[in-house]
Write a protein that binds this ligand. Sequence first.
Ligand code: ADP
Ligand code: MG
Length: 545
Amino acid sequence: MIRVLTEETINKIAAGEVIENPASVVKELVENAMDAGARSISIEIKGGGFQLIKITDDGFGMSSDDALLCFERHATSKIADIEDLASLTSMGFRGEALASIASIARVDLITALQNGSGTHVEVEGGKIRSVTAASRNQGTTFEVRSLFYNVPARKKFQKQASAATAEVHKLIVTLALAHPEMGFELISNEHSVLKVSPASGATFTQQLSTRISDLFQTSFLGTKLTAKGAEREYALEGILGTPADHRMNRTGQYLFVNRRPIFSPQVTRAIKEGYGQRLNEDRYPIFVLHLTVPPSLLDVNVHPQKKEVRFQEGEFIRQFVKTVVGQAFVGQAPIAEPVISFPETRESAMRESWDEPLTFREEPQQAPVLTSYEQVIGVFEHYLLLDGSTVDGYQPGIVWVDLQKVQQQMIYQSLNQPQPEGLAQGLLLPLGMELSSMEVEEFPNRQKELSRFGFSAQCSGKKSLLIEAIPPFLDETDAIETIRLILQSEEAFSPLSERVARFAVRRKKSFMLQEALTLWRKYKSLNSHEAVTWTGMHAIENFFK
Ligand code: ADP
Ligand code: MG
């Protein structure tokens, strides 16, 4: 039997697609405030947003007719027909968000076109409950309570309030970088978490630079490089970190296209290309960059949440972005770490990226068995060279054992034990570490992981940590960056233990013979023959011929 769904059901289904979590509600409401020409937007949440999300703006407000209409599905003031999409400048245009939010929460809207006389609309589960006159200054306030109260399935899968808060925080940071000319305040459980007033500055880059200093501690983009260029109707403008400022993941990358936060592997790659050989293959530059693209050459309709875009002139953009980023380094010190050219197989071994698993892709057809009569030829950088004819399964030739990978594998294994023993290594002098406000929030969520890895750290003061013990495989100098890695890593990336293992060993460029042999023996004793994954094992036949 075929049925036509009720409006209420349609809205709930749409809500399931658009409204994933409290952060998506905040995003829709803040974008509406931006579209309404707001100069300052205040975001208040309670209980991660599940209890309350309250967005107040000083935009142009709504008439009482519009205040009722805005909750209708496909009610929008932003486009009239399909042609308008080509020249779209607003954030929203589908007229779906408010209808969706109102169908899964209790919403209060108080809005006024001019100071004094306004309208208050109460909506619950998609139904208008009351419309009354209300007094407020020009602008709009949306209060969203009991999110997902009537969608038990969705509610069950929600993260904890603290994780939801962190997500909202991340979103506001991103939007604040998208719009330095606007003021933002985020209040969570009655505490002001973030507050930035409209950034001053004669140029956009100056405003952006002010905004960055207001938002982040100095270590993020402390030394700033400016990128600025325009060609045809395209423009790229923003702030770059120096090559030394790199990160182990993409957390320090903020890319905006026509003021929208965008995820674009294509553009990100072009930015990295602009850094050229100043940055190692497996490092991520940090940046806040704004790309302007003619709206008619951009398709933002790829995804309802508009995270992804499609460029009509992708190749042009790649060249343009790479060139402008490259120009930022003119006059800077040349390449920090020269890249040596290696024979093909080794080079591909060096090139392995962070997102790939620890094992090699090209494994030998038959896993050779290690024997105790292996002949050691010597050590070259971080490779142990064995005579292939003494390694079962190999032809005469040289077997290269990548000791970096062996060590990584061993750290990885030890971190993955249910209860790693004797990991924490007390420090004589505790290390101090500054935290960003985002990291302060993440700390309680990650404390268990940190101690499992062998860290012992405590908050000291509002924005700093005191590190009292570190894992034995880490240098003190790397401890802070590793904690940062743990606080900032996103679930989407490879397992944390793997990332920490890679990170701990990354700087170990060469080994002494004795050290290499000890490591290799230990590795073999811990890994039964079958368990040797051939990580780091590489036969390069005829290398010396
Ligand atoms: P869209 O943003 O796609 O148009 P929404 O459902 O988010 O759809 O909003 C519907 C309409 O409500 C908007 O087109 C706008 O006219 C009005 N509106 C929503 N929020 C605000 C606000 N903060 N200030 C003024 N008008 C608003
Ligand atoms: Mg909208």
